[in-house]
Design a protein around this ligand. Structure first.
Ligand SMILES: Nc1ncnc2c1ncn2[C@@H]1O[C@H](COP(=O)(O)OP(=O)(O)OP(=O)(O)O)[C@@H](O)[C@H]1O
Length: 577
């Protein structure tokens, strides 16, 4: 049996309806697994354990198998609300018409083809499907609207809202409640109104309910997670005993104390007492720089000083990580990127690199492909690679803009052959990005960043391109980059949080219909989640200015809310001038 503290052992031993409120790093998973183990040892069966993602369901299964053996899975079903409900429909209402994920993809593809100007066939639709950050983007919003209209028109139900339909049918008595005796819900703060209603119905009909969660870690408001409100709703509707897990086993108190000082600014939260098991000896520090480039350079220098420490680098959005990514690549340091493509992994950057590879390797294929895309190569008036090589005049069939691009590419070729790499990269980058922007490609603006990154690398073109070959492989590394959202549930000895700046966190983008105070509270919880990932060291970096569109940055307002912490202000440092 795993070691459990007294505090952890109480909810484990209580087999009634219970509601566990926890703090970060308090061993929630350990408690859940230990509880299931005790239940199985007492001969109890029919246990459903709900998690929020398939990934966490798999992790839970692994933990359970290692603690209780494979046979445990005969009595314990571990899955998401969504899959539970799909199975339930298949069992009790098999003829109910629901759209499958394949149906949805095909409908979306049709909408995409109809609405995207100058799109590049299925490859860009795949970009749409795989993009993890769709909300707020005009095209995605438009597609969503069209999709909703489609569903409404057809009166179809989709697998997306199966939980909501299931709840409605259960309420009307047209669908039985779940076939289990015990329902356990992990990450309860992430439940939305339908999922909470579902839990309440099961509870009222006699199923034993255990919920575990931390309202301070509710960061999915944009996916309708109710967080604190959900805790209150459950309390009102279900008679359950509440337990607190208030000992943190992860972080040093120099990290934990400021994090809780900051989160105490939230009005809508459950008050908690906090004990720090790891005691003193850690560090939470803030560095303020003139620009984002300085921030990135500092982070990479720190990593180079002590490269064997497990490190997470977090930011509010994937785009905020771009400077650090570029800097890591420029120093040939490999890193993992969780929950999103690497900064240069997109069609425009691939096209740029494959053109360079083709010129470097004296093959025509990559260059010809690029020319076909840029100049719309139909067999008849195709711009051939040989025309670029021989510095001929641009074909008269091209528009003036295309002719300028043709000349730029041709110059780039000449410079490369003369080993003037920097000039070649500038020429090619300009031509390609202008044309790809015109053709409506997403991420065209990353090409100049890629060119700059290549300019900073040492060696000849072959050696520089080899760095990118390495970077696009899936490598294992102790440096992990991800958004603050993706860091939930993880921990690391050292955590950098970059772009901890005003206007970035709290983000200036408030979702439609969200109250501004609630928005700041959610952003504060996000900062809280990110900071509490650190075991020994948390390093926050911010900058004074860099983005002309967004104007002045300065440190995030949350820095002051952390109380007295070590701060280094290099924002007036003139070394960059
Ligand atoms: N009783 C205990 N004694 C020693 N270490 C413990 C104990 N309980 C948990 N831990 C350790 O504390 C760390 C945090 O545990 P865990 O990740 O399960 O916390 P959590 O509550 O899920 O955190 P979070 O909500 O922040 O993701 C882990 O490294 C875990 O092994």
């Amino acid at each position: 049996m795993m070691d459990l503290s007294y505090e952890q052992s109480r909810p484990v031993a209580d087999l009634g309806n219970i509601h566990v409120v926890s703090i970060p790093g308090s061993g929630k998973t350990r408690v859940i697994i230990a509880k299931v183990k005790v239940m199985l040892a007492n001969g109890l069966t029919g246990i459903y354990l709900v998690t929020f993602t398939n990934k966490s369901a798999d992790e839970m299964k692994e933990r359970l198998i290692s603690e209780c053996g494979k046979s445990a899975l005969e009595d314990v079903t571990i899955s998401t609300f969504h899959s539970l409900m799909i199975n339930h429909f298949q069992k009790y209402l098999p003829s109910y018409k629901l759209l499958t994920p394949e149906d949805k993809t095909s409908i979306l593809h049709d909408i995409f083809v109809k609405h995207v100007k100058g799109h590049e066939g299925f490859s860009q639709f795949e970009d749409y499907v795989s993009s993890s950050n769709k909300s707020g983007n005009e095209l995605f919003e438009q597609m969503n609207e069209e999709y909703k209209k489609y569903l409404h028109g057809k009166k179809n139900n989709t697998l997306d809202n199966i939980v909501s339909i299931g709840v409605q049918l259960m309420e009307k008595g047209e669908l039985p409640i779940f076939d289990c005796d015990y329902l356990m819900v992990d990450e309860f703060q992430d439940t939305d109104i339908d999922q909470i209603k579902l839990i309440i119905i099961q509870g009222k009909m006699g199923i034993n309910i255990t919920t575990v969660g931390d309202d301070d870690q509710s960061i999915y408001g944009w996916r309708n997670a109710l967080g604190y409100k959900g805790f209150k709703l459950l309390e009102k509707n279900l008679n359950s005993r509440q337990y607190m897990l208030s000992t943190n086993y992860r972080s040093k108190s120099e990290i934990l104390t400021p994090a809780f000082t900051m989160i105490a600014n939230n009005k809508y939260r459950i008050e908690k007492s906090v004990k720090c098991q790891k005691g003193l000896g850690g560090r939470l520090v803030h560095y303020h720089f003139p620009t984002r480039v300085d921030e990135a350079e500092f982070i990479v220098q720190e990593i180079q000083k002590e490269s064997n420490i497990n490190t997470m680098i977090l930011a509010r959005t994937n785009a905020n990580l771009s400077y650090v990514e570029t800097e890591l690549i420029a120093h040939n340091l490999s890193y993992e990127k969780a929950g999103g493509a690497k900064y240069f992994q997109n069609t425009p950057c691939h096209l740029f690199l494959s053109t360079l590879r083709s010129i470097d390797g004296n093959s025509e294929h990559g260059t010809q492909r690029m020319l076909d895309i840029l100049f719309n190569g139909q067999d008849g008036d195709r711009v051939e690679v040989s025309a670029i090589h021989s510095k001929s005049k641009p074909p008269s069939s091209l528009t003036p803009r295309q002719q300028a691009a043709f000349n730029g590419i041709s110059n780039a070729y000449t410079y490369l052959k003369a080993f003037q790499i920097d000039r070649a990269l500038d020429e090619l980058s300009e031509s390609l990005s202008i044309e790809l922007e015109f053709l409506g490609y997403k991420f065209w603006e990353r090409i100049p960043d890629l060119a700059q990154c290549l300019q900073r690398l040492p060696g000849n073109l072959t050696q520089r391109l080899a760095v990118f070959n390495q970077q696009t492989k899936e490598v294992e590394s102790n440096i992990k980059l991800m958004t603050m959202h993706s860091s939930k549930g993880l921990e690391s000895d050292r955590v950098f949080i970059t772009c901890f700046s005003n206007k970035i966190i709290p983000s200036t983008r408030v979702n439609k219909g969200v109250d501004p105070t609630e928005h700041v509270e959610e952003e504060r919880r996000l900062a809280f989640v990110a900071i509490t990932r650190g075991k020994k060291e948390v390093i926050l970096t911010s900058c004074e200015n860099s983005d002309a569109r967004k104007g002045w940055f300065g440190p995030s307002q949350f820095i002051d809310e952390l109380g007295e912490i070590e701060t280094h202000d290099y924002s007036k440092d003139k070394r960059k001038n």
